[in-house]
Design a protein around this ligand. Sequence first.
Ligand SMILES: [Zn+2]
Length: 442
Amino acid sequence: MNRTLTGIAAGVAVLIAALSGCGNGDGDDDTPVVDRFSALPAYTADPAFASEYDRHIAASHRNTLNDEFMLNTYRNYYCMYPEENVELRNEVRNGAINRVPLTQLFDDVWYIGSHHVGQYIFRSGEGFLVIDSLNNAQEAQTYTVPALSVLGVSTALPFKDLIVTHGHGDHDGGAQELKNLYSPRILTGSADAARKTYAPETIDSSKVEPVRLTLGGRDVILFSTPGHTPGSLSSIVTVKDNGKPVKAVLVGGSAMPGNKAAADNYLYSVERTYDLARTENVTASMQNHPVFDGTLRLMEQINQNGLSKPSPLVIGQERILQGLAILRQCSAANAAKVDPATPLPVWQVAKLEQPTDGPTAKDVSARLTTGWGPVAGQAIIFTGTSSKASCTATTNDVGVARCARDASIKLTVGEEIVASFSGTAIAGATILPASSAATLVK
Ligand SMILES: [Zn+2]
């Protein structure tokens, strides 16, 4: 019953058993299945790098997977080392003169500030949470106070909590003024809290465990991310987008430190942020310096076209993790620059794709690639989310894994097929986990 086709990529599997109960019933079950994936781009091998720094920088670039947004946000801004990118660094600093008006990002979140730095205002039925406080008392008066008034701050809807992401003046300069006016609880990392007149409550910067709190009437996870400063504090905040809860990550520091201890801390903090964003299913990002993660671009889009539903800030978990992996590569490059003697594995972003027109009962398959090319020899687990049917297949030399048709596996047309890859370590690199979901079309 098998037919063999020649001249077809090695990804073509000749399937033996019919998958009964879920096919199209045409009885043509022994037809060989042909890969249905877009053409792969041309991949080049890594050159012999002059330094570990160069190796990590090149990896940050590959991890953009040729995505223009990732290249012109996370990649270019986080890897903004002066020797690479003086112009960009100047552009970021000069962004301080360009204001961003009060801009709604979600049902219950607004940004106000400049292109360079700003603050986020979160409103719930119980009151306000604000993250960061602009540069000084005058800016707080000029920008924050009118914004809060417009948004309805009152004794019934008080400004309850202020998170200061770290102790630099562009984030906490307005904190004392906001405390004088509204008496919010102020939270910051303990290592940045000394001698602050606004006397913050502290999150222990020496502890890595996330702290779960209700702030301004919403769920917030605070976690210490020392590196940019010893007390840098990051958060995952639950917001509402078109009525639905969405989790957004706010990385508490941006520019990379120049000494080994801080550079190592920064790297470790980013790796923990990645892990937490993954387990918490974060699908959006906001940055106190909004060029870094693309928030500024997306706000410009909102201010031109209005706030879409869903918000353009909801870029999905896969892209959030890709961005954080690029940030991790930039911080690995920085750590390698500071200490070239201690090699670090490169993180490779993996992409798992299901067939272009969707999986079918005859063709439950996926292709695993990274910015370096297809990944062979890896186990991919496929699961039907309603039938609970499952199979595991191994990727071939073009990165394709395909379930053998098996009469005992009963899938349901219309159900979601989830393909997942749990990640692996290879020489000099870690290939990150990946997953993909698609509807079984027939
Ligand atoms: Zn800073």
